[in-house]
Design a protein around this ligand. Structure first.
Ligand code: ACM
Ligand code: ZN
Length: 763
């Protein structure tokens, strides 16, 4: 296929604005080949939708409904032998090169529009492109630019997942979600239907799944990591009837989207076990989980359990026509199996090595059953533990590693690593973001995702079917909040999975997605404007006195205005060009302005200059690679770490402690050292076991100034302040002891804890 990206504006002056190029036509995902031609096609009531030769009524009606919804006009839909003028012609042409399932061609001229593909799926994708070419908002004049587009996707699995267990979303919203997927040419909806906190699919044979498993008594308020756990005491739940499931499947199918249902096993099963405790190792009793996390009670691999799961899957299989059934497989603690007479007997009888092989035995039995039903098993990458079931497809979420291992063994893989694909992570580090699970995944980072790891050969890489974003809903309870978390990150992912890697361009994407905001506004979608956030980079001043600060935004097409005197920034404030320099504690307030209009939220940070800021710092040990990007300077850059914690604001050690020495440059009288340390135990980030501050005048001989043990550190205060009698010092050494092993009863127990430090202040 020919790939032409031309800057038409330079060639024939089609655009009024010479800075605009064809890559700014607001299409997402960007087509793999597009040429703009002169003129425009005017869409009005006199235009018809023509199905050329084939019955494409479904696609024609969806297009017509869209035009009606957006512009209040309905077009005539007719059949014809060949394409007509004053028409949007939809055509299937099996003989052309576009015979790949999703490929299409869209040609618009002043006379007509032609959407042509080898399949109705391709035609449908072409229609979505046309929809994005339509003018945004509620306009009367409907001009479509003239273009020549040849397009097909890079990957065959272009997925979005939604967890409806932690929070339940009505069918009406599931349909909207499917519309959103269609708009961005996704083809897979991964419907996470069961988990510890609720079973959401009607299974006729097991009515207690509806009566008991679908409801929890109450729900945790706030973040799981909060030391104080409070509950709302409100019964919560619901489930989709089989009739509703069929309705959604049909709705999706009309939009050329396949639904992959997920039924979790052997872990994340507490809701099911609450109704059927005999399927556990201990016999229960259990309640549907009312908080988040990983739970110890899981399915026990007894014959009754397999009978139950096979009966459940039989009903699931009959509802979902797609090839794949997702069986979960993630985060299954083996504690109950280790202490279960039945499980241990089964391990002996089957000659299995351990509980990991027992899990593998579990998954293989389910795989055989699904295979007998002509379905393919897909599961989270834990299904690799203890040996992968034959023909199983792996969804790689704990980084790329599981996916690499599976692809090298000849298994298909869907890439969904947390660091690029978890849309339950924060997309902004601004303090007014709604509560999220943690971590940080801005839209620019999603855009930079490459699903095929370098570690794979060309033939192994063929096993990477594509990628998917996951939307876990512990902290997302409304449709509006789901929208906020997926827009615009799903648009960035759409381009990752559709557009050839060499055509991707973040600046162009940023321009196109912000142009599309008007369309999203029209649909009433609650999207995030975090793309307009402002971020700083800090550098030590050359004199080692104070800081240099530069400001940038993930939206490169606007000006950053700022103030240093506390005033609200506006059009008349300084425009950021050169680094801002200061040697006194300073607050920077900044705003992004595009042609005089404010974009996004105000940036406001206080840089606290102290004796350590911008000085020399030496780390005794290299930090862990995940929390090292800013180097030692991170600890003396005038800023305490942002929340959510981002890699370049924090220095992190796993198991190890911090050993940092700051050279103040000359001798000072000091009396206090403050440390900004993170405590997020639910993520394995713990406060230190103890710490020590030492000082020296020559950098060789150190005196201990103060020592704090664990019980002398207030765990509810992020800033640890260490005061001592006034001392003359040039060198200040801070030794922080890691918490050590994560304690029993906590997730990750037995593993080394993280220590995260963002700032060392010396006064
Ligand atoms: C997962 O996030 N537990 C698959
Ligand atoms: Zn057991």
């Amino acid at each position: 296929m020919l790939v032409i990206i031309l800057n038409i504006s330079l060639m024939n002056g089609v655009f009024a604005n010479p800075e605009k190029s064809i890559s700014d036509i607001p299409l997402i995902p960007f087509p793999n080949s597009i040429v703009q031609t002169p003129g425009k096609f005017s869409l009005d009531e006199n235009v018809s939708i023509v199905m050329v030769g084939e019955n494409l009524r479904n696609e024609a009606e969806i297009l017509n409904d869209h035009i009606h919804l957006r512009y209040g006009i309905r077009l005539r839909v007719t059949n014809a032998k060949s394409a007509r003028n004053a028409a949007i012609n939809l055509s299937i042409k099996k003989s052309n090169e576009n015979n790949q399932l999703s490929a299409y061609r869209l040609i618009s001229t002043p006379d007509r529009i032609l959407i042509e593909a080898g399949t109705s799926t391709g035609v449908f994708h072409g229609i979505q492109t046309l929809i994005q070419l339509m003018p945004p908002g509620n306009v009367r004049i409907l001009d479509i630019p003239c273009v020549n587009i040849e397009d097909k996707p890079r990957f065959s699995w272009r997925g979005m997942h939604l967890d409806v267990s932690r929070h339940f979303f009505p069918v009406s919203f599931i349909k909207k979600y499917i519309d959103y997927l269609a708009l961005y040419k996704f083809n897979t909806f991964h419907w996470h239907l069961t988990d510890d906190q609720g079973w959401r699919i009607e299974i006729k044979k097991y009515p207690k799944l509806q009566e008991i498993s679908a409801y929890r008594k109450r729900t945790l308020k706030g973040h799981l990591g909060n030391p104080k756990q409070e509950y709302d005491e409100i019964r919560y739940g619901g489930y989709y009837t089989q009739q509703e499931i069929r309705e959604v499947v049909e709705y999706a199918s009309k939009r050329h989207i396949n639904i992959v249902p997920e039924i979790e096993m052997p872990g994340h099963a507490q809701a099911a076990l609450a109704a059927y405790p005999a399927l556990s190792c201990t016999g229960g009793p259990f309640e549907v989980a009312d908080k988040w996390g990983v739970f110890y009670d899981v399915f026990c691999p007894r014959n009754e359990t397999f009978e139950f799961l096979q009966n459940v899957l039989s009903e699931v299989v009959s509802l979902f026509p797609g090839k794949y059934i997702h069986i979960g497989g993630d985060e299954c603690p083996k504690d109950r199996w280790e202490n279960c007479v039945h499980c241990q007997e089964l391990i002996r009888k089957e000659g299995l090595k351990d509980e990991n092989e027992l899990q593998s035995y579990f998954i293989k039995r389910i795989q055989q059953f699904l295979s007998s039903k002509n379905k393919k098993l897909i599961g989270w990458d834990e299904i690799l533990d203890g040996g992968l079931a034959p023909e199983a497809t792996v969804m790689s979420w704990r980084g790329y590693r599981g996916g690499i291992q599976a692809a090298k063994a000849g298994h298909d893989v869907v890439m969904t690593p947390t660091s690029f694909c978890y849309f339950d992570f924060y997309q902004s580090d601004y303090p007014d973001e709604p509560l999220a699970i943690g971590a940080y995944l801005p839209v620019e980072r999603v855009y930079g995702f490459e699903p095929v790891p370098d570690a794979l050969s060309k033939s192994e890489a063929k096993h990477i079917l594509g990628a998917q974003a996951n939307v876990w809903t512990e902290y997302i309870s409304t449709p509006e909040h789901v929208e906020y978390m997926i827009f615009p990150r799903m648009a960035a992912l759409a381009e990752v999975v559709w557009t050839n890697a060499e055509l991707k361009n973040y600046e162009s994407f940023a321009n196109r997605i912000t142009s599309q905001f008007k369309m999203l506004d029209f649909f009433g979608i609650n999207y995030s404007k975090a793309i307009y956030d402002i971020h700083e980079s800090t550098y030590p001043a050359e004199s080692r006195k104070g800081l240099h600060v530069t400001l940038r935004s993930s939206y490169p097409h606007a000006k950053i205005h700022y103030t240093l005197n506390g005033d609200v920034p506006d059009n008349t404030s300084y425009v950021f060009k050169d680094p801002i320099q200061f040697d006194q504690s300073t607050g920077i307030r900044a705003m992004l302005m595009e042609q005089g209009t404010q974009r996004g939220r105000e940036y406001s940070k206080v840089f606290r200059i102290n004796l350590a800021t911008g000085k020399e710092i030496i780390l005794g040990k290299e930090p862990h690679e995940e929390y090292s990007s800013g180097g030692g300077f991170t600890l003396i850059n005038g800023l305490t770490g942002s929340m959510p914690w981002m890699a370049n604001d924090w220095i992190g050690y796993r198991g190890d402690g911090l050993d940092a020495t700051v050279d103040l440059g000359k001798e000072y009288n000091i009396k206090k050292v403050s440390l900004d340390v993170l405590r997020e135990e639910v993520y394995g980030i713990y406060f230190p076991k103890g710490l020590r501050v030492l000082s020296s005048t020559d950098g060789v001989n150190y005196t201990s100034l103060k020592k704090l043990e664990e019980d002398e550190i207030n765990p509810d205060k992020r800033l640890i302040e260490i005061e001592f009698p006034k001392t003359i010092a040039r060198y200040v050494k801070v030794l922080v002891r890691n918490y050590g092993e994560i304690p029993e009863g906590r997730y990750g127990s037995g593993k080394p804890a993280w220590l995260l430090v963002s700032e060392i202040m010396v006064d």
